[in-house]
Design a protein around this ligand. Structure first.
Ligand code: GA4
Length: 320
């Protein structure tokens, strides 16, 4: 199917079944499936993840409650510069979308103006998803035959990891049927095309669609929602840590449903002073054993990523 985006460039929407990883399978099978998915798409769905339902439900309920409040009350969470409540404006470079959100740092929890129950729900949720993220990162290292199997996971497990939690609330799509000419496409951009700068993202949403991934320019694969699963994507730093074997997937969120979408993203990032370089087992097999990317610190990379527009690529600024 061909649809148009706001700049009227034709886009192809492709319906492809995306990889699913069942975490209850044997460890070797799981790591094999994860490696394949990360090399092919930089993206997979996780089922049987072991995060208790109560933790997820509580988090979702508190999120609904937060976004149902009047705007002045939501603003008590502070402005999203960098942590707090934001609406429409994304980042610092003029990007906008049909979304309101709460952006929180996970270490320590930047969340002082909100009620205790919400704080507790967020804490419990972060702890649970971080655990799953660490397990996944360890199985990635195992599958890549890296001897230090916690080489990736310790970057997000440490207390000074620069990780984030983002709760997004996408409004329902309201079509102006009286518009003349009538609207030609039934979707709007909620959160524009981008890659995540960090190591790994675990995203969970209610049963409302919107997420799409782009394996190649102009091609979009809609990801059917599944409230019982997490969607995992490789971030830019993991692409660098794996010397380009894993791909940091481009993705976006569209507003295309008559129901509001709530998504909760955990972005596992390294400490600001961490030096990003791939383990020796993943260095090139060329004569100089050179890796594709030069060494960089997460703070250096973050600064570059945050100074660009949403859709702009940053990892290629760090090529060797
Ligand atoms: C994408 C992933 C996370 O949501 C985020 C986003 C951040 C923001 O909203 O402030 C960024 C975006 C994200 C990447 C490029 C920069 C920074 C907006 C933007 C234009 C919180 C993050 O870490 O990077």
């Amino acid at each position: 199917m061909v649809v148009s985006n706001s700049t009227h460039i034709p886009e192809k929407i492709r319906q492809i079944e995306l990889p699913t990883v069942d975490l209850s399978l044997s460890r070797s099978k799981v790591s094999e499936l994860i490696i394949k998915a990360c090399e092919e798409f930089g993206f997979f769905k996780v089922v049987n993840h072991g995060v208790p339902n109560e933790i997820i439900e509580r988090m979702e309920m508190e999120s609904y409650e937060f976004f149902n409040k009047p705007v002045p009350e939501k603003q008590l969470a502070g402005a999203a510069d960098p942590f707090g409540y934001g609406s429409k404006k994304i980042g610092f470079n003029g990007d906008v979308g049909e979304v309101e959100y709460l952006l929180l740092s996970t270490n320590p929890l930047s969340f002082s103006n909100n009620p205790d129950q919400f704080r507790c729900a967020v804490r419990g949720y972060i702890e649970a998803v971080r655990k799953v993220a660490c397990e996944i990162l360890e199985m990635m290292a195992e599958g890549l035959w890296v001897s230090d199997t916690s080489v990736f996971s310790r970057l997000i497990r440490t207390v000074d990891s620069d990780s984030l939690l983002r709760i997004n609330h996408y409004p329902p799509l309201v079509l102006d049927t009286s518009a003349s000419p009538p609207p030609c496409h039934h979707h709007r951009v909620g959160f524009g095309e981008h890659t995540d700068p960090q190591i790994i993202t675990l995203l969970r949403s209610n049963d409302v669609s919107g997420l799409q991934i782009s394996p190649e320019k102009g091609v979009w694969i809609p990801v059917p929602p599944d409230p019982n699963s997490f969607f995992v994507n490789v971030g830019d730093v993991l692409q660098a840590l794996t010397n380009g074997r894993f791909v940091s997937v481009r993705h976006r969120a569209m507003v295309s449903s008559e129901k509001a979408r709530i998504s909760i993203g955990y972005f596992g990032g390294p400490p600001l002073n961490a030096i990003i370089s791939c383990p020796k087992e993943l260095e090139g097999d060329n004569k100089n054993r050179k890796s594709i990317y030069r060494e960089f610190s997460w703070s250096e990379y973050k600064e570059a990523a945050y100074s660009l527009k949403l859709g702009e690529s940053r990892l290629n600024l760090f090529l060797n």
